[in-house]
Design a binder for this molecule. Sequence first.
Ligand code: 4AD
Length: 456
Amino acid sequence: EEAKKIVLKQDPNLPLAIKIKIRQSVASRGKRVKVSGWVHRLRTQGKDMKFIVLRDGSGYLQCLLTGELCHTYDALILSLESTVTIYGVISELPAGKTAPDNHELLADYWEVNHHAPGGDDAFTNKLNADADPSILYEQRHLVIRGETASAVLKARSAIMKAFRDHFDSKGFTEVNPPCMVQTQVEGGSTLFEMNYYGEKAYLTQTSQLYLETCLPSLGDVYCISESYRAEKSHTRRHLSEYSHLEAEMAFITFDDLLDTLEDLICDTVDRVLANETTRKLVYQLHPDFVPPQRPFLRMDYKDAIQYLKDHNIKKENGSFYEFGEDIPEFPERTMTDQINKPIFLCRFPAEIKAFYMKRCAEDNRVTESVDVLIPGVGEVVGGSMRISDMNELLAGYKREGINPTPYYWYTDQRKYGTTEHGGFGLGVERFLAWLLHRDNVKECCLYPRFMGRCLP
Ligand code: 4AD
């Protein structure tokens, strides 16, 4: 009751406060400022001190309320995630005390914008995942306020920019292909079907075919687009919707393709680490991160089959994998983790790969294809040279039981000035899981989509 009577007033003799974002706080030391944000942490010390760590998405700032500022009703009922505006001066902390950026705002006035609930409905009671880890997906809108989840999202934004800067520096043009399509590319079993004005259509599995059509128009192209896969199992690396970074180039050889991929991965990492802010985020999340060394190990599929035999990596039924069989996730990861560096796994048999892949001149059974395997994550990139000859492409459709009619526009590329060309697709969330040392790709996107979840 006493507290309800206290009304704070700003001292009219103080200089006018400058409104700042927390990221500007180091540059704003010594001046009177006002900062708005969410109460990220809260600690009361005795009757006359409250420490608030304020968060505004641009950073964290420790603020100290003293004396009368702590005695108001607002101060007594203040809870985490409430929104507040705090006025005062930021100064460096004396040695021995710690706070974000090693400074603190000493408040002379403050106000509450909105009180978040306390008690049973309090923020911290919403995220108790001990009982049921799926809470973290159900409450993802609250989870992203946490320090780790928001650091991942910030790093993601910076890494996307680094990808774009890389392609820009190499003269690629970014395009935005459609997500609603009437062709399948990576196998019918993972297609999401939709009703398109009464016609059957799908959510795209890849933008590759569209990128190929851009080569005669724009030259080297890339896109960062969502791809959709109706994956029917729960794994640490599969999403139903993921960000797909894809690129396509004309007049290249398979070796050129591998060199381009190596350069993309290494140069993007270099760019990310060259920026001080992003570098800090990466090492905050992944303290032992070691940038990959060029050149990457290049290994043929047939040698991987031999590797599995030599290292006694078998199928569940006890037999070995044989040439012509798909190498599933488990043996692939076991091998990658044993070798413990990125691998370009090359030249897969045509029968286990997509219809569009070009066969090798030196061995017609296999294709000019590559998967990039990374320790801890597994396959991060899939790419290949594409069939440039019309008849070979028609045979590819036939082998995969695909009706060529709706692919007329793709086939036309082999008619109006064909050339050797190739490209690749990189799973952005898998790349992030590797770089930011996350256990699960679901942590590497804003609102993960996977079997059983399409909310929030
Ligand atoms: O190997 P994929 O299926 O290749 C393609 O789609 C080609 N058309 C790409 C191209 O050449 N333009 O997929 C490429 C990458 C995989 O290596 C993986 O990183 C990622 O996409 N990916 C997934 N990421 C998360 N969840 C899923 N369900 C994924 N499926 C593929």
